[in-house]
Every structure is written in C-alpha cells, then in structure tokens.
Design a protein around this ligand. Structure first.
Ligand code: ADP
Length: 304
C-alpha cells in the first residue's frame, strides 16, 4: 500500500515538474513572439524526447531570428534604394529641365551655346535611359521573368571578342592589356548574352575605377568542373570595409555619388545575379594599387 502511495506521489511530482517545464517553454516562446528575439529555451531535461523537442524548438527560434534580421536588412536596403533612385533620377532630370528652361527663355544665346546646351541635354537623357534600362533588367531578375538560353559556346572566343570591343578605350586611356587565354578553345554551356554582359561590366568597371593602375588583365583557366575568369586591375581598389557591399544594389564606394565616374550602382548586382543564374560564383579581392581581382567561376555544364 505504501509503495502504491509512493509511486502515485512520484508520478504526480513528475507531472507537476513537466508542467512547470512546459509552462516555462511556453513563456520563453511568448517572449520571442513579443520581440525578444535573443530569448532561447534553457531548460535541461533527461528525457530524450523532451531534450529533442527543446533542441528543435531552439533551432526553430534561430531560424526565426535569422528571417527577422534578414527582413529588417531587406527593409533598410529597400528604403536606401528608394532614396538613391530618387536622387539618381532627379539629378539628371533637374539639370535637363534647367537647360531646357534656359533655351526657352534666354533669347540672347548664340547658336553655338544652344547646340552646346542641347548636347548636355542629350548626354543627361542618355544617362537617364541607361539607368532606367538597368532598373528594368533588375526588376526582370527579381520577378524571375528572365529565361536564359544556355548553349555550348566557345568561351575563349567570347572573351576575345569582348576584349576586342574595348581596345579603343584601352588605347585612349593608355592602359596596357594583359590577356591570358589558354591555347585551346574552351566550350561551356552558357547564355551568350549573359556571359557577354558579365565580361563587359567587369572590364568597364576596371577601366572606370582602376585606370590609375595603367594595366588591366583578363584571364581564363579551366578546372575539372569549372572555368575561372579573372578580371583585374592595379587601380585604387576597393576599401576592405566596402567589399561586402559592392554587389548590393546601388552601392557605390564613392559615397558622395557625384563624381563623373559614377554609374547606377547596379552593374555588379546584375553581374552577380547572372553568374548565380549559371550556378556560378563571383568573388573579389583588392589590394589598392597592387591588384583588384574579380573572379568568376562557372560550371562547364549549365545546371538549371
Ligand atoms: P557602378 O554603376 O557605380 O559602377 P557597380 O555595381 O558596377 O556600380 O559597382 C559598384 C561599386 O564598386 C562602384 O561604384 C565602385 O566604387 C566599386 N568598383 C567596382 N569595380 C571596381 C574596380 N575594378 N576598382 C575599384 N572599385 C570598383
């Protein structure tokens, strides 16, 4: 009889303790729901099932915290992007309208001055058009409304053609070209327009930002499953603290965003998206005036 009573008391105690633990787990979760995202369940239990439940609940909370902070970051990026877009669109537009106003109101302008103003309007208009096109491209990527058309192509030849299209710029800027292509042609499965755009963007950036180094390199090499394209320069490079952000939309290292070099800040975002659409990777390393290298790795076979 005494044994029975003891067992019943032990069972009641176990149930009470478990209830206290469940209550404590529930209040931990409630705290997280209320916004205390660092809260975790710190209860120990020897029961394997309860232990697993606690481990899994904590993993769920980790994931939840990750999603919350990603959303926060996304929201901040979005706000910054909208403010940058308005700035980038407004600046050339205001300038264009200013010149139009002068053309309309200033009868004393000479023919040459009028032509000069029209030329400025034209240039600003082109800048705006470029911006709108890049935004359009990015919007298409975001809505996944872009279909690649991968084919087996001679990537060695594509690189050669792309570099050729820049020869005049190399010449004008007095920049030496260090082109290192393998003797044999390398064929991989890629979308021709996409690979061309990736190369064009990276070479144009080296010309724009790295011209101080007076040499730009383009190289191609082959590994078992991938090909590796490197575009490098010896220019002023990218400060270490900016490197994690340069593939983000509208990020320009020059925060004043008013230099003539300034582009839309979308180029590298688009390049990264295109590389990733080919299941590839892009990375960058930079030692100012020694070497700034953009390294693109693409699988030889397109994985969709
Ligand atoms: P942008 O349209 O401003 O050129 P990108 O997305 O192409 O935008 O590049 C983002 C930023 O990365 C640039 O504003 C520039 O500051 C930096 N950057 C890109 N390539 C280079 C390079 N080769 N050398 C130094 N800085 C670079």
């Amino acid at each position: 009889m005494i044994y029975m009573i003891a067992i019943i008391i032990i069972l009641i105690l176990i149930i009470v303790f478990q209830n206290i633990k469940i209550h404590s787990i529930s209040s931990n979760i409630e705290k997280v729901i209320k916004g205390n995202f660092n809260e975790r369940i710190r209860i120990h239990d020897n029961n394997k099932i309860v232990k697993n439940l606690i481990i899994n609940l904590n993993r769920l909370l980790d994931e939840f915290q990750k999603i919350v902070s990603q959303n926060k970051q996304y929201e901040e990026d979005r706000k910054k992007m909208i403010s940058n877009i308005s700035h980038d669109f407004r600046t050339p537009l205001t300038s264009m309208l200013g010149y139009v106003e002068m053309l309309k109101n200033d009868a004393s302008l000479s023919h040459n001055e009028r032509m000069e103003y029209l030329e400025v309007i034209n240039i600003k208009g082109e800048v705006l058009r470029g911006l709108i096109e890049e935004f359009f491209s990015l919007a298409k990527f975001d809505s996944e409304d872009i279909a690649l058309n991968p084919k087996r192509l001679n990537v060695t030849e594509i690189i050669r053609q792309c570099v050729l299209s820049f020869l005049k710029d190399f010449e004008t800027k007095g920049i030496e070209l260090a082109l290192k292509l393998p003797n044999e042609d390398i064929f991989i499965e890629v979308d021709e327009n996409a690979i061309y755009r990736i190369l064009q963007n990276l070479i144009a950036n080296s010309l724009k930002y790295g011209e101080g180094g007076k040499v730009i390199g383009v190289s191609l090499s082959e590994e078992t499953h991938d090909i590796v394209i490197e575009i490098w320069d010896k220019g002023k490079g990218i400060p270490e603290e900016d490197i994690p952000y340069i593939f983000k939309r509208l990020y320009a290292v020059d925060k004043s965003r008013n230099s003539n070099l300034k582009g839309s800040g979308l180029g590298l975002t688009i390049v990264k998206k295109l590389v990733e659409k080919h299941s590839g990777t892009i990375s960058v390393s930079s030692k100012p005036y020694e070497k700034t290298v953009f390294k693109v790795r693409l699988p030889k076979t397109h994985k969709s």
